[in-house]
Ligand binder design. Structure first.
Ligand code: VGL
Ligand code: ZN
Length: 258
């Protein structure tokens, strides 16, 4: 039986005691933090999300992420990078490089940014078309300079094959190949994954889904994420909760090693 404080929460000393002597002993959490694609192009470059329907500002994620990195000692912090070659399949200006399948709802002549086409393949594959963004070794692909990068940070690149896109930080969009994250998390015996970043409803969404399917206790940090479409952001949150993930703000995270 817990004593509740005036706000109805468990008294923090009692919680700390129970956590250390009981919950932590049973649950044995090993927590990692995955910061998704906090890169220049999504914040102030060619795929600036502030020009997208939800009109959110990617810079808003920096402060809460930096604060969380200062406050909490994670076992490991991963930084993912959308990392495309110049001839990448997702760039609308590369549409002339590959044939579309006859079932594509939109022809190459009529296609516009954010349309979805179907490539001939193999494999036959749906692809949303984006402006050229996050080209390997360019400014647009760099992490925003104000984002704190911890000592021993681990960077994970994705989307670096020309022929297939990768929204999730675990897998490409056809789930054909895992990224380096999959084996690295297994090696470290990670049990809990905190996820945030840009874009909330694209790469963060896909990453949270794969984290839950892989069996990680998955915590989506709402205030540390910004996205493209308000309705899709809401769907990301509700789907996370339906699949037994947790959606919280960074101020609700406490250090599990206390
Ligand atoms: C992303 C669109 C295209 C993302 C990456 O990081 O969310 N979005 N490539
Ligand atoms: Zn991309």
């Amino acid at each position: 039986v817990f004593d509740l404080n005036k706000d109805g929460f468990i008294d923090s000393n009692e919680f700390t005691f129970c956590w250390n002597k009981w919950i932590k002993v049973i649950v044995r959490p090993i927590c990692a933090f995955l910061i998704v694609d906090v890169q220049n192009d999504f914040i102030s470059g060619s795929l600036n999300i502030s020009n997208c329907p939800a009109q959110q500002n990617g810079l808003d994620v920096i402060e809460p992420i930096n604060r969380l990195l200062d406050a909490v000692q994670f076992e490991v912090v991963y930084y993912s990078l959308d990392w495309h070659p110049p001839d990448h399949i997702s760039f609308i200006d590369n549409l002339h490089l590959r044939p579309l399948h006859s079932s594509s709802p939109i022809s190459a002549e009529n296609a516009q940014v954010y349309d979805t086409v179907i490539f001939e393949g193999p494999p036959i594959m749906e692809q949303k078309l984006w402006p050229r963004h996050c080209v390997q070794n360019t400014w647009g692909a760099e992490l925003n300079k104000n984002l704190r990068v911890v000592d021993n940070a681990i960077k994970v690149t994705k989307g670096s094959s020309s022929e297939i896109d990768s929204y999730s930080v675990f897998w490409d969009n056809m789930k054909l190949r895992p990224t380096s994250l999959v084996s690295m998390m297994e090696e470290k015996n990670i049990t809990d994954l905190f996820i945030c970043g840009i874009a909330y409803d694209v790469c963060v969404n896909a990453t949270v889904k794969d984290s839950l399917s892989a069996g990680y206790r998955t915590i989506l940090l709402d205030d540390c994420s910004r996205g493209i479409d308000a309705e899709d952001i809401e769907k990301t949150k509700s789907l996370t909760i339906e699949n037994h993930g947790v959606v919280i703000n960074s101020s609700q995270v406490c250090d599990t090693r206390i």
